[in-house]
Design a protein around this ligand. Structure first.
Ligand code: ADP
Length: 482
């Protein structure tokens, strides 16, 4: 039973008591019994009833105040808002509500502080998340493979290139130790070492290593840049590894130095010969006109060889480096072959060779650079003439494969042919077939240029079939314009 109820019941009991006392006193007076005791009792009963009434009024006021305080507190709880509890002035409850209000005011102050702290944290969290998205976007857009680990060597970020190169799925590898993710032990060791040896100096936070990684069976060379991620307390909180593929650069550097050494070697022989014969002439070692003429011829032929070499090197390097602009236009392969035949006709005649034409109608067109295709056909036809003995036959064919939409140009000779061991190398720069060395002068650059023009510049295909002593067929195909 609540106190209010108990108080109510007591009041009702007292009123009933007062009322019955009043009734009893009245009854005594009516029956003519001594009034004194009856009056006394009546007075007492009235006083008691009055006191009870006062108590009742007081109880009622208290009850209302308690109810009002209760409602105010309930409202605060419902709205989750702290406010002050209001009671009327001089109310008994102010003894409770004053300290309660002081406490609530203090709570309100703390709540405000917490609220503004929370707002600040929210802003910071939004900035951090925007920065994280930004960093992720940068990392995902980089073509180099990037992996980021934390202080426990667990994977926290990796881009697509890293997934492809190192063969893992980022989504299923997140927060897993790199030990179990990366199969390349050297990379795991490098990341570990960078993290454990990391320090505040640049030398300790950054490391650049060259390392070869096997990518689907082919070795690729990478420059790996390993950087420590430093926390605010100057401790290493992770490692970022960027793997830059330098295989192509390495290959280009190797080819460059190979090219330079080849060129120097090729220059050396004719130069040495020119030098020797000029010295002999200067020293008067050519005693008669015939010997002098012989020396002059050798010098002229070696000078021509040097000139050819320089021309070819310039040609190939200009075209390969893109200095020569490629202008593709619709043109007839048949028309170009006819033009080249006109150019080489004197050489073929000089060797008593027969040039046979089997050319498709000129209206079939390919989209190509005229000068470059002219150069390619010229190189192939010159070779056929050079490496075919006197009286040989060279057949020029242009056919159109309508089903595949391609034009095919074949240059067939019945000359020396190429040994099978040499065939895979004849398109390499400076490669000359030893067996055919004496048949003609050359630089070993002609076919390399043809391959570059047909395959790299025009997206076509160049092939060769050959039999020693029977002859060779060089073919290239280009897409026909529709
Ligand atoms: P080169 O200037 O030596 O002719 P190329 O690059 O044009 O250089 O040719 C490379 C080598 O391939 C030649 O040295 C030659 O031995 C061989 N070769 C090219 N075409 C023919 C051919 N039609 N018949 C036989 N051998 C050929």
């Amino acid at each position: 039973m609540t106190t209010a109820k108990r108080l109510g019941l007591t009041t009702i009991a007292l009123i009933s008591l007062g009322a019955s006392a009043a009734y009893y006193a009245t009854l005594m007076a009516l029956q003519g019994r001594p009034m004194a005791s009856g009056l006394n009792f009546l007075v007492f009963a009235l006083v008691a009833a009055l006191a009870t009434l006062v108590l009742l009024v007081f109880w009622r006021a208290l009850h209302l105040s308690v109810r009002s305080v209760g409602k105010q507190l309930e409202r605060m709880a419902d709205s989750r808002q702290i406010g002050l509890v209001m009671v009327e002035k001089n109310n008994e409850l102010t003894r409770i509500t004053r300290p309660l209000n002081e406490y609530l005011t203090m709570l309100m102050g703390q709540m405000d502080a917490l609220r503004s702290e929370n707002r600040e944290l929210q802003i910071q969290s939004r900035i951090a998340s925007a920065e994280k998205n930004h960093t992720e976007a940068i990392i995902f857009s980089i073509s180099d493979a990037v992996i980021v680990t934390n202080r426990f060597d667990e994977l926290v970020l990796a881009n697509e290139s890293a997934e492809r190169l190192l063969g893992f799925k980022f989504a299923t590898s997140l927060r897993k130790n790199i030990d179990g993710i990366l199969s390349d032990n050297t990379l795991v060791r490098l990341i570990r070492e960078t993290r454990s040896h990391g320090g505040s100096t640049l030398a300790k936070t950054r490391k650049v290593v060259e390392h070869t990684i096997d990518e689907k069976g082919s070795p690729r060379v990478f420059t790996i840049i390993l950087s420590c991620v430093m926390a605010a307390n100057d401790e290493v909180s992770g490692v970022v590894a960027v793997l830059h593929d330098v295989t192509r650069e390495k290959e280009v550097a190797r080819l460059k130095s190979e090219f330079v050494s080849h060129v120097s070697h090729e220059f050396k022989t004719p130069l040495a010969s020119i030098k020797a014969y000029v010295e002999m002439l200067v020293d008067g070692e050519a005693h008669d006109e015939n010997t002098r003429q012989e020396f002059y011829d050798i010098i002229q032929s070696e000078t021509n060889r040097l000139h050819r070499l320089i021309e070819n090197i310039l040609n190939i390097s200009r075209i390969e480096s893109g200095v020569v602009k490629v202008v593709k236009e619709p043109l007839s392969l048949t028309a170009i072959v006819k033009q080249v035949i006109d150019v080489v006709q004197p050489q073929a005649k000089a060797k008593n060779q027969r040039l046979v034409e089997r050319l498709a109608p000129v209206y079939y067109q390919v989209e190509a650079d005229h000068d470059m295709i002219h150069q390619a056909v010229l190189n192939l036809l010159s070779n056929a003439i050079k490496y075919t003995p006197e009286g040989g036959t060279i057949t020029m064919g242009v056919t159109v494969d309508e089903r595949r939409d391609i034009a095919v140009c074949d240059i067939t000779d019945n000359g020396a042919g190429i040994p099978p061991d040499d065939l895979p190398h004849i398109f390499d720069k400076f490669y000359r077939v030893r067996a055919n060395y004496k048949l003609a002068k050359g630089t070993g650059l002609g076919l390399a240029l043809v391959k570059h023009i047909i395959e790299t510049i025009h997206g076509g295909k160049l092939t060769v079939t050959s039999k020693v002593g029977r002859g060779s067929t060089f073919s290239f195909e280009l897409p026909v314009l529709r």
